[in-house]
Ligand binder design. Sequence first.
Ligand code: 6GU
Length: 243
Amino acid sequence: MRIDVITIFPDYLNPLREALLGKAIQRERIAVGVHDLRDWTHDVHRAVDDSPYGGGPGMVMKPDVWGEALDEVCGSDPERMPLLVVPTPAGRPFTQRTAVRWSREPWLVFACGRYEGIDQRVIEDASRRMPVEEVSIGDYVLVGGEVAALTMIEAVVRLLPGVLGNPASAEQDSFSDGLLEGPCYTRPEVWRELPVPDVLRSGNHAAIARWRRDQALERTYRRRPDLLDALPERTLDAGDRAV
Ligand code: 6GU
């Protein structure tokens, strides 16, 4: 998978080179390009923003600069256009489903806006040549799209084959079955007078699976009842209905 990010703060994306993502780059599971939006300005001030039509606070990112940046980064081969992602608090919610869907794409380009946003015609124009998704990572407002892009890139890249050490761990994630994951434990058996639950040391694999499922259901009920409401009834087994 190829991932490009366009931003006025390229250093914000440095964490991409660390840890899991850095390893994925080294192992050539992903190729990453980070581009400074100001490289596509032509004025001495390298201006990327201007005041909003219609008045109001803040600044809006200029369409001409973004237009040239996207033309160059995305190219013009209709057979090989990227999926363009525009992080914005006004977007559709980014979820684990989005991450799974994007993990099948060969090429993602993230257009990170700052200030009040990007002139909407940039999105409209890009949509004439490529798929564009405006997405939000949650109901709060960040200063810019960079941290949101990092978040989404991490969620996508860990799903790619050969990136996680243990592929089974992606399948057991919170959300992959619509539930939050329950608690987990390791040695020692008793720590600060707190024992590991007996069932986990019983060796009874059916009982362990049932206990884990119950813990996940109970945690989801207490913390995210909205997820339970959204669960199709047929995904609940006989044991679940008894909980
Ligand atoms: Cl994707 N961008 C910004 N700037 N703020 C956000 C967001 C994105 N998602 C939630 N808040």
